[in-house]
Design a protein around this ligand. Structure first.
Ligand code: BGC
Length: 747
C-alpha cells in the first residue's frame, strides 16, 4: 500500500514526466522534480531545508531536543546529524513525514570516517597502504553498515593535505602529498557513493574541510591559514578537486580563515573555484557552527550579517548555528538577500534527497532487518583485518629480527598498548564499539598458542608513574624477545587534539630505555594518530613498526605482521621529523637559493640538527629486499603532446614473497617559477616472489610536468626534466629527458 506521502510525490512525478516527454536523462527528471517541490514551498520551509541540527546522546541513549523536534514537525529543519539506528532514524523521519506540511524527508548525516560498526584503520593508516582498491572497499563496507542503520550521508572523506604532525587532524587525512591524497580521496568517494546513489547501500559523501584547513598555523587546530594562490592550487586544492571529479555530492567548509576570509564566508572558494571553475553541482554544508563563528572571526557583527555573507559566499546548508533559520526569512523580506539565491541552495539539497530515493520511500534506509544482517559481518571484519595489515609500516628491522623466529618460546609483551583496547579504534570511530576490538595480546595468543607470553603494562600512556617499571623489567629478563607496545591515546589525535610536542607521551620513552637496558632484542610497535618523533627508538630498538590505530582487528593484524603471516608493504604517506623544530617538513620542498651543504654555514639549515627527516615520505621496509635497476626512458626528447614511458626493473632479492610500492617522482630543475625538488606523479604496487624480476613502466605526458606559471597559467614549460623511480622518496634512480616545447592551457 502506498502511504500518502508516497502517493503525493509519486503522482507529482507522473504528471511531470507526462508533461515533459522530451526529458531525457534521470538528472533532467530530478531537476524537474526538485523545481516542482520548490514551487510548493513557503520561504520558511525553504530555509528549513538549509538547516541541519544535531541529535544528542545521554545515558538513556539517543534523543532529539524538544525544540528540534518541533522544527522537524514544522518543516523548519531539513537534515539531522549524529542520529543513527534503524528505529531511531525511522522515528525521526516519521516526525517529518507525518507532521510537516510538505512531508519532505529528512536527510541523516554522520561522521562515518573509517568504518561505521566494523572499524577500519584510521585514514592516515589506510593511506600508508597505497592500496586504492582496499581503501575503496573499506569505504564501501562503511557505507553498507551505515546505510543499514538509517544513514544517507557521511561527512567524509577529509582531503586536507597535512604537513604538520602537531595538528591532530592529520589522522583523518591521506598525508602530505597532493597526488597520493587525490587518488585516495577519489577512492573513498567511490567507495561511499558506489556507482548508483539510489542503491540502498550507498551514501552521499562529503569532501572536507574546504579549504586548506591542514595548513593551520603552528599546527594549532582552527588556526588561520595564509598562503599564496600558487601554493593553494598546487598543493592543497588537488585532493578536493579529485573528489569533485569523482562525483562527490557535498562539500563542507573549513573552520579556518584563508588569506583573511573565513572559508565559510569565502566567495572565492565556495563559488568561484567550486562552482564556476570546477562545475560542482551538489550542495555546500558548513562545518559545526561555522556560520556562528563568523562573529568570532570578526567578519560579521550579528546573526543576520553572518547568515547573509555565508549564503552570498555560496554556502547552502547551515550546520548547527541555526543562523540561517533565524535570519534568512527576514533578510529576504527586507530585500537584503534574494529569494532566488535561497531557491538555488534549496534545489541543490532537494536534488540529493531525490537522488537518494528519499522521496520515493523516506524509510528505505531505516530497515531493522538490514541493520541486523549487514553490520559487523564476518567478511567485513576480515576485510578490516586485511586493510589493517596493509596499513602497517615497518620502519626498522635490524638483523632480520622480524618475522618472529619459530625458536622464540617466551615473549615479554610490554607497554600501555600491549593489552590496551580503548585506544585501538582511534578517533572518529562512528558507531564503533571499542570493547569489540582485538588487542595485541589477544592477537598474539591466538596465533602463538604454544608461546609463553608475559604481558606487562609498564606504565600508562600519559602519566609520570614509574612504579610498574620493575615488574616489566623482571618479565623482560625472562623472555627471548620483547615486544614493546607504545603510543598515544585515541583522543590525542583528531579534532581539537593538537600537540606542541610529538614525542611519546608520559614516561613511555623512559620505560623503553629501561627495557632496552636488559640487552634483550626488542621489537617496538607504535600506535599513534600522527607521526611521532621517535629518534631514540629509531637508533636503539632492533625493530620498529608504525601501526597507527588499526581498528577492530588491530591485534590480529599486527600479529599477522609480527609472525610473518603477512609481509608488510606499507609506505609512509607523511614525513616523520627528527624534531618538532623541523616542522613543517615534507619531501616536496623547494631547493632554495642556498641548498643544504653540511660544509657551508650559509646554507638553508639548522645549527643543531640536519635537514634530513627521521623517515622520509614513501619509506617503508619489507621482510624481503627489492633492487631497482635499469631506469630507461622510451625517448629522451618529448613533444608537448607526446607520451613517453619510463621503464624500471625491480627484483625481489630477499627470501620472502612481498609487495612493493614503486614510486615515480619528477623534478623540473629550471622553470620560470621555483619548483619542488621532487613530486610524486604515479605509483604501482607490485608483488614479487624471491628471485623474481619485473619490468614495469609509467606513462609520462604533459599533465605530469605541468604547474602554474607566474601568471597562474597551467601548463608545461620546455626544458629538461628529471625522472626518479624508487621505493621511497629518498631512494631513487634517475634519468632525464627534454620537453621540446612549452604548452599552456587557456585561462
Ligand atoms: C568537525 C567535522 C565534522 C563535524 C560534524 C566538526 O567539529 O570539524 O569534521 O564532520 O564536526 O560532526
Amino acid at each position: 500500500m502506498l502511504k500518502p506521502f508516497n502517493l503525493f510525490y509519486f503522482l507529482l512525478s507522473l504528471i511531470l514526466i507526462s508533461c515533459s516527454p522530451s526529458l531525457q536523462t534521470p538528472s533532467d527528471i530530478i531537476d524537474m522534480k526538485a523545481d516542482s517541490v520548490l514551487g510548493l514551498m513557503t520561504l520558511e520551509e525553504k530555509v528549513g531545508q538549509l538547516t541541519l541540527f544535531t541529535s544528542d546522546m545521554d545515558q538513556t541513549g539517543a534523543f532529539i531536543r524538544k525544540e528540534y523536534e518541533q522544527d522537524i514537525r514544522d518543516g523548519r529543519v531539513g537534515a539531522i546529524f549524529n542520529a543513527y539506528g534503524a528505529d531511531y532514524t525511522r522515528y525521526l523521519q516519521e516526525l517529518a513525514i507525518s507532521h510537516s506540511r510538505l512531508k519532505i524527508p529528512l536527510l541523516f548525516g554522520y561522521d562515518v570516517i573509517h568504518g561505521h560498526r566494523t572499524i577500519f584503520p584510521v585514514p592516515i593508516a589506510e593511506a600508508s597502504s597505497w592500496d586504492l582498491e582496499a581503501i575503496e572497499r573499506s569505504a564501501r563496507i562503511a557505507a553498507i553498515e551505515a546505510t543499514a542503520e538509517g544513514l544517507h550521508w557521511t561527512f567524509a572523506p577529509m582531503a586536507d593535505i597535512s604537513i604538520d604532525p602537531r595538528w591532530g587532524r592529520v589522522v583523518e587525512g591521506a598525508g602530505e602529498d597532493p597526488w597520493l591524497a587525490s587518488q585516495i580521496t577519489a577512492a573513498r568517494v567511490r567507495g561511499f557513493q558506489g556507482d548508483d546513489l539510489t542503491a540502498v547501500n550507498t551514501m552521499a559523501a562529503t569532501i572536507k574541510h574546504f579549504a586548506a584547513y591542514g595548513d593551520s598555523q603552528a599546527g594549532r587546530d582552527y588556526h588561520s591559514v595564509d598562503m599564496s594562490e600558487r601554493r593553494l592550487r598546487e598543493t592543497f586544492l588537488p585532493p578536493y578537486k579529485a573528489a569533485i571529479d569523482a562525483g562527490v555530492k557535498t562539500v563542507m567548509t573549513s573552520f579556518n580563515d584563508l588569506n583573511g576570509i573565513p572559508a565559510t564566508a569565502n566567495h572565492f572558494l565556495m563559488t568561484q573555484i567550486l562552482r564556476d571553475e570546477w562545475g560542482f553541482d551538489g550542495f555546500v554544508v558548513t562545518d559545526y557552527t561555522a556560520i556562528m563563528e563568523l562573529l568570532h572571526h570578526g567578519v560579521a557583527a550579528d546573526t543576520a550579517e553572518a547568515a547573509k555573507i555565508a549564503l552570498q559566499a555560496g554556502v547552502d546548508m547551515d550546520m548547527q548555528s541555526g543562523f540561517y533559520q533565524k535570519a534568512l526569512p527576514d533578510l529576504v523580506k527586507k530585500g537584503l538577500v534574494s529569494e532566488q539565491m535561497i531557491n538555488k541552495a534549496v534545489k541543490r539539497i532537494l536534488k540529493i534527497k531525490f537522488e537518494l530515493g528519499l522521496f520515493d520511500d523516506p524509510f528505505r534506509y531505516s530497515n531493522p532487518q538490514r541493520e541486523k544482517n549487514e553490520v559487523m559481518r564476518e567478511e567485513f571484519i576480515e576485510a578490516a583485518r586485511d586493510m589493517a595489515r596493509k596499513s602497517i609500516v615497518l620502519l626498522k628491522n635490524d638483523g632480520q629480527l622480524l618475522p618472529l623466529s619459530k625458536e622464540v618460546k617466551r615473549i615479554a609483551l610490554i607497554g600501555p598498548l600491549a593489552d590496551g583496547r580503548r585506544e585501538l579504534i582511534g578517533s572518529w570511530s562512528a558507531a564503533g564499539d571499542w570493547t569489540k576490538a582485538v588487542t595485541l595480546y589477544e592477537g598474539l595468543k591466538a596465533q602463538l598458542p604454544h608461546t609463553k607470553i608475559l604481558v606487562e603494562k609498564g606504565c600508562d600512556i600519559n602519566s609520570s608513574d614509574r612504579s610498574s617499571f620493575a615488574q616489566a623489567i623482571k618479565s623482560a629478563l625472562q623472555a627471548d624477545v620483547i615486544i614493546l607496545a607504545l603510543g598515544e591515546s585515541y583522543w590525542m589525535s583528531g579534532e581539537a587534539a593538537s600537540r606542541s610536542d610529538i614525542k611519546l607521551p608520559g614516561v613511555q620513552e623512559e620505560l623503553a630505555k629501561a627495557i632496552h637496558s636488559t640487552g634483550k632484542p626488542v621489537i617496538t610497535v607504535i600506535m599513534s594518530g600522527r607521526p611521532l618523533t621517535l629518534n631514540w627508538l629509531a637508533n636503539n630498538t632492533n625493530a620498529l613498526i608504525q601501526a597507527w590505530f588499526l581498528g577492530t582487528s588491530s591485534g590480529n593484524a599486527i600479529t599477522d605482521v609480527l609472525t610473518g603471516n603477512y609481509n608488510p608493504s606499507g609506505k609512509l604517506p607523511m614525513t616523520f621529523p627528527k624534531s618538532v623544530g623541523q616542522i613543517p617538513i615534507h619531501y616536496n620542498m623547494k631547493n632554495t637559493g642556498r641548498p643544504f651543504d653540511p660544509d657551508n654555514k650559509y646554507t638553508s639549515k639548522y645549527l643543531d640538527i640536519s635537514n634530513e627527516p627521521l623517515y622520509a615520505f614513501g619509506y617503508g621496509l619489507s621482510y624481503t629486499t627489492f633492487e631497482y635497476n635499469d631506469l630507461k626512458l622510451s625517448q629522451n626528447k618529448m613533444g608537448a603532446n607526446d607520451t613517453i614511458q619510463a621503464y624500471i626493473t625491480i627484483t625481489n632479492t630477499g627470501a620472502y614473497a612481498g609487495e612493493e610500492v614503486v614510486q615515480l617522482y619528477i623534478h623540473d630543475p629550471v622553470a620560470s617559477v621555483t619548483r619542488a625538488v621532487k613530486e610524486l606523479k604515479d605509483f604501482r604496487k607490485i608483488t614479487l616472489i624471491p628471485g623474481e624480476s619485473s619490468t614495469i613502466y609509467f606513462d609520462i605526458s604533459r599533465d605530469k610536468l605541468s604547474f602554474y606559471d607566474a601568471d597562474m597559467r597551467w601548463g608545461a614549460e620546455k626544458g629538461d626534466f628529471i625522472v626518479m623511480i624508487g621505493g621511497s622518496s629518498d631512494n631513487t634512480l634517475s634519468a632525464s629527458f627534454e620537453l621540446s616545447e612549452s604548452i599552456w592551457d587557456q585561462k
